[in-house]
Design a protein around this ligand. Sequence first.
Ligand code: NAP
Length: 278
Amino acid sequence: MRFLVTGATGLLGPYLLEEAGRVGKAVGIARTNSACNSDLTSPEAVIRLVDELRPDIVLHAAAMTNVDRCEDDPIAADRANAMATQNLAMALPPQARLVYISTDQVYPDRSGLKREGEESPVNAYGRSKLAGERAALGRSNTLILRCNMFGPSRTPGRHSFSDWIIDGLRRGDPMTLFTDVLFSPLQFSTLAALTLECVARGIHGTFNMGARNGASKRDFAVMIARHLGLSLAHARDGLSTAVAMRAPRPLDLRMDVSRLEAALGRPMPTLQEEVYRL
Ligand SMILES: NC(=O)c1ccc[n+]([C@@H]2O[C@H](COP(=O)([O-])OP(=O)(O)OC[C@H]3O[C@@H](n4cnc5c(N)ncnc54)[C@H](OP(=O)(O)O)[C@@H]3O)[C@@H](O)[C@H]2O)c1
């Protein structure tokens, strides 16, 4: 089984590479600093890549992920998130499988758990990722996984949200923790293992892949602090709406994961369980 893992130098990519490497031959790509550099926005480069590597399965995690930068340059966001996916979808032979790592930001800004089918992104990042999903779904056996994630970054210079919390609390940096933003992320390692399990079991379609409950970003930070014995003395509660951000963002990013739980036949982990595994 040959895997192509895109976004190999990001946060999730190294975990997908490791997990895919357990069951097959896995090659990771990015534009720079990877085993095989390629720019997925170029249709010719993608055709060359597919000809050279002949992947059976593509785990497509490459993306332009900076939400504010996407808002500032929606054309670049569309190229990186939609066109790159279209290029892969077109270049792959029919028997190859495409797994598209998507986001909870395809959903609207309403409170409560979001289910597959109620997409309505509020920012350019979410719109470009949803366009990427639609490009990927042009193929019959595509798997779309909508996620949010945390865990230790394996890429120098790239920090996850939990890295930011842990490093900041260890240094005693003043921190504002948002009480009004809710999410339901999984650890990178859990996401990677579940992704490979879905592939092995031939699951296809569109799924929310997250913790079965959620928490505010503030409560998430408190869970981490308690688990690792870190002081919250320099952290204070705050509201995201009090901070000027260029892109609009949904306040409640929690997802209903019952569709994936039914497909896998077991519950997703809780956020607390995921934090305990840090
Ligand atoms: N991090 C999160 O909290 C989060 C939450 C929800 C969903 N997601 C989704 O999860 C996936 C992985 O996210 P991440 O945080 O690991 O991403 P990331 O850290 O921002 O890394 C992005 C990766 O994509 C590569 N890349 C970007 N543009 C490319 C292009 N045109 N051609 C080839 N490679 C390109 C980057 O390398 P180069 O820049 O060198 O090309 C890098 O390896 C993404 O699809 C993202 O939308 C992430």
